[in-house]
Unconditional design. Structure first.
Lengths: 265, 324
């Protein structure tokens, strides 16, 4: 029992300190900070002008939320993947892999840190939308909304980490992450309602945790029913992603050691 | 329990360098390093030293052969090897540049599972040992190369490893900084650890190591104590020529001359410096000048060989067969 408690404490420590230090690193990058401030503003403006010029029936809150989610997704997916490449570029990836801690445990804090930035991006977009464009921020169920946002951000970081696992093996996997950014926006129902997509594509959307997260956020904000089920499915899919990532990271680490791609080429 | 701290058995590593092309970075390397020993792995760039280090630090798999640390196989018992081995890499990179020295150590202390209560004491001790206590809160990106190297040492010793692997620790560091580093490295052995160090510098290996091995083209070409390596050049002289326009065919002819052991060439101020290791008893000067009569020879001199010459002779000569 003692060993188990010690293990849990040490894992929590690795995750929390890793998250904090990674966040500190990100905050000290001027380029990252400028992007983090400007992007939400861009997304908020886009949302406002799209709403003003369209015949869409959704309320302004839904439009602002969609814009915020776009920012959140961009930050999280790009951040998780590029974190591994940044480590390779700094030549820290090899010393990290040479530690006895599993690769999953040192990768997870990067995903959580970028997800935190994603959370900020969502908040900032909503704030800009309210401040500059007068979009109302009246939430039907604020508590459920917070739960849905947290679950969605975790699901995004898990999906980001799943894609980032390939970065351990392939230094050029950034192209893969870039390739997935827009399709996942579409499938998550952020840009257009999933119901407007072809039925074969809709099944793919159902396998994406963030699309359930988006549903949960929208439902909790507008007061529609079904928030709980969406949160539950989003959480289960996130756990599934984590399990797949765990297996992939182990396998990719082995392959990277075999091919010698952990080092900066 | 194994008698040796580090054992390499016919270790090989091949890299794919293009379609259908491979490069043999390590070629059948065998070594046995005793516990508490300070062992130097020498060789020029591309000799296979860093690939060997990466196999031992478990970030690269061997193509064939075995490597064991304290009896644990680096492929099969990865976690045990990682817990008992400290790796100190050379160079500017390999650290979180935007974090402080202390934050860098805290992050790795967690990853090595050092108990929370011990971390503060251990990090404080190490920062003091490497002389970075005053700069512990400064960002690593503001550090000099020597300071970064000292931080690398602190990080490598965080979990108090039984075996320490250093990859070219003094590479690119000024002479005073390099001397301080060597003193630090010597301290790690005094604590009873086994140290494997790779280096380009023969004098560094001579100063620190109990034994050395010299690698060339992935193979071990010599192994023994620094003293026995020096003895390699007993009875030899170095004939040094400053010359213009020497080519590979000229070098081949010089190598074939009787009494010439090895030939090395380096570019010096617009000309080339040829160093020929010759038998003391066979004066090869006349024969050498005869072979080079079609070229402009600026200067000829003879001198006693140094330890560096012994190393150069090994890595630039033919197939050396020396062992202690």
């Amino acid at each position: 029992m003692d060993v188990l408690i010690r293990r849990v404490v040490s894992t929590a420590l690795v995750l929390s300190r890793g998250w904090l230090l990674e966040l500190r690193q990100l905050m000290r990058s001027r380029l990252y900070l400028v992007t983090a401030v400007i992007l939400p503003l861009v997304f908020a403006s886009l949302a406002h002008y799209m709403f003003a010029g369209s015949q869409r029936t959704e309320g302004p809150l839904v439009i602002a939320l969609s814009a915020g989610l776009m920012g959140m997704w961009s930050t999280t997916l790009m951040g998780s993947g590029s974190a591994i490449n940044r480590l390779r570029f700094m030549q820290v990836l090899e010393p990290l892999v040479a530690c006895p801690t599993p690769t999953f445990l040192f990768s997870l804090p990067f995903a959580l840190a970028t997800a935190s930035m994603g959370l900020y991006s969502l908040g900032a977009t909503l704030a800009w939308s309210a401040l500059f464009f007068g979009m109302p921020l009246e939430l039907a169920s604020p508590v459920l909304f917070v739960v849905a946002v947290v679950v969605t951000v975790v699901s995004l970081s898990m999906l980001g980490l799943l894609l980032a696992s390939a970065f351990i093996l392939y230094p050029t996997a950034q192209a893969l992450a870039n390739f997935f950014e827009y399709p996942i926006w579409m499938l998550s129902g952020v840009l257009v309602p999933v119901s407007s997509l072809p039925s074969s594509v809709r099944y793919a959307a159902d396998l994406l945790a963030p699309s359930w997260g988006v549903k949960a956020i929208m439902r909790s904000a507008t007061g529609e029913s079904g928030t709980f089920s969406a949160v539950l499915i989003c959480s289960l899919l996130s756990v599934l992603y984590a399990a797949i990532t765990l297996i992939l990271l182990r396998r990719f680490e082995w392959l990277a050691r075999s091919s010698g791609t952990l080092a900066l080429q | 329990m194994s008698d040796y701290a580090i054992e390499l058995e016919n270790l090989s590593r091949t890299f794919r360098v293009g379609p259908g092309r491979t490069k043999q970075a390590v070629d059948g390397l065998s070594l046995s390093i005793e516990r508490g020993e300070m062992f130097g792995l020498l060789g020029p760039n591309g000799a296979g030293k860093t690939s060997t280090v990466k196999i031992l630090m478990t970030v690269l798999l061997p193509t064939s052969g075995h490597a064991r640390i304290l009896g644990d196989d680096v492929v099969e018992q990865v976690e045990r090897v990682r817990r008992r081995t400290g790796v100190i890499l050379g160079g500017d990179a390999g650290l979180y540049a935007r974090l402080s020295a202390r934050d860098n150590l805290l992050l790795f202390a967690d990853l090595y599972g050092i108990p929370y209560r011990e971390q503060k004491r251990r990090i404080g001790e190490l920062l003091e040992m490497v002389g970075l206590l005053k700069s512990e809160r400064a960002r690593v990106e503001t550090f000099s190369r020597g300071m970064k190297q000292r931080l690398h040492i602190a990080r490598g010793l965080l979990h108090d490893p039984e075996v320490v692997i250093l990859d070219e620790p003094s590479n690119g560091i000024d002479p005073v900084g390099a001397r301080e580093l060597r003193e630090l490295v010597r301290g790690t052995v005094r604590d009873g650890r086994t140290v494997l160090m790779t280096t380009h510098y023969m004098f560094e290996a001579d100063e620190l190591c109990d034994r050395v091995a010299v690698m060339r083209d992935g193979k071990k070409i010599a192994e023994g104590t620094p003293e026995s390596l020096k003895k390699q050049t007993d009875g030899q002289v170095v004939l040094s020529l400053d010359i213009i326009g020497v080519g590979e065919p000229d070098l081949d002819r010089l190598r074939a001359l009787p009494g010439v052991h090895s030939v090395s060439v380096a570019e010096v101020d617009g000309s080339q410096r040829l160093d020929l290791h010759c038998d003391q008893q066979t004066d090869a000067t006349a024969a050498v000048l005869e072979e080079l009569r079609h070229l402009t020879v600026l200067r000829v001199s003879k001198r006693e060989p140094t330890l560096e010459d012994a190393y150069v002779s090994l890595v630039s000569g033919g197939d050396a067969t020396w062992t202690s």
